[in-house]
Design a protein. Structure first.
Length: 320
């Protein structure tokens, strides 16, 4: 109880986003801080089992990627296009780098206005909704959410960009999930029927990945499992890891695996989390040399997944 109170005080002092349920992205990303705090207090009071559960990797996870200097890597990324700015914006939000987030948001908003493709613009607005939610920028969340919903009502292409934007929107909160669940699944399944879907499966698989994330945040186990099964059926593979491996490396396979790993941890799916551990580590290490943004986002997702699983271990040991 003492530990719980101390952590609550530490988190509350940092702002309301620290005390929200961990189904919020801000809460998930910042939960790692509370684990570190708990580890310090546990060690000082001799609670070795709880400390070990929080400070060591969950069984089956390989941490060969753990030494990446993510903040330093982020500084090397360019913001010379809407897409590139969206990557920096999202990464900055995950790392709670407010200065970089605000700077990039200003550039991103200018670039976005010049985009002629409405479905692409919807995708970018979806990513902005996610980034703003990550860093608890309520004003930006509300504005981007409104713009995205207006855009989705227009006659825009029913392509991969639209499908991905629906996944972002559905992951925002329970209300958006219920409103967009059916359409996001329909949009992802439709991408499987494209003429080149089997030769180029990344579009459909990425839509499924975004939908898995939304289902996990909504704690919708039935839909979560259904989408994972659909991914295996679509690719003809026996495991989710093998299905995700069909995404080309240059289509950000590492981050896709990271998102699904994080979603598995959020759902308490230890089997899937462990299944993805080695492939995810391998993909992050590969991405470092040729896709920095991919490596950064995958690394942060991996860290969040680790933290979630470690917290479950701690609770299983009766840590307070």
């Amino acid at each position: 109880m003492f530990l719980r109170k101390m952590i609550s005080k530490q988190l509350a002092a940092r702002g309301p986003q620290f005390t929200r349920p961990f189904t919020s992205r801000a809460g998930l990303n910042l939960f790692a801080t509370s684990c570190a705090i708990l580890g310090v207090f546990a060690t000082s009071r001799g609670l070795a089992n709880c400390h070990s559960a929080l400070m060591t990797p969950s069984a089956g996870f390989v941490t060969s990627h753990a030494g990446l200097d993510v903040p330093a890597m982020l500084k090397t990324l360019k913001t010379d296009s809407t897409y590139n700015s969206s990557v920096v914006l999202y990464a900055a939000s995950l790392l709670h780098d407010s200065e970089l987030y605000k700077k990039t948001l200003a550039e991103f908003n200018i670039q976005l206005k010049k985009e002629p493709n409405n479905s692409f613009k919807a995708w970018m607005l979806g990513r902005l909704v996610g980034a703003a939610e990550n860093i608890n920028d309520k004003k930006a969340v509300k504005k981007a959410q409104r713009q995205l919903k207006i855009l989705l009502k227009k006659d825009i292409a029913h392509d991969e960009f639209r499908a991905w934007s629906l996944g972002y929107l559905a992951a925002l909160n329970s209300e958006e999930y219920q409103q967009n669940k059916e359409e996001m699944i329909k949009a992802a399944n439709a991408l499987e029927k494209a003429k080149d879907a089997l030769e180029k499966p990344a579009n459909a698989l990425w839509a499924h990945v975004m939908n898995v994330q939304a289902a996990a945040r909504a704690n919708d186990e039935t839909t979560f499992e259904s989408i994972l099964e659909r991914m295996k059926q679509f690719t003809g593979k026996e495991t989710v890891a093998e299905a995700l491996a069909q995404i080309p490396a240059n289509d950000w396979r590492a981050w896709a695996m990271g998102i699904v790993s994080e979603s598995a941890a959020l759902m308490g799916d230890k089997k899937l989390y462990q299944e993805l551990s080695q492939p995810l580590s391998s993909e992050i290490n590969k991405a470092v040399s040729n896709s920095t943004g991919n490596a950064i986002l995958a690394q942060v997702s991996a860290n969040t997944a680790d933290t979630l699983m470690q917290s479950r271990q701690a609770r299983a040991l009766g840590c307070k």
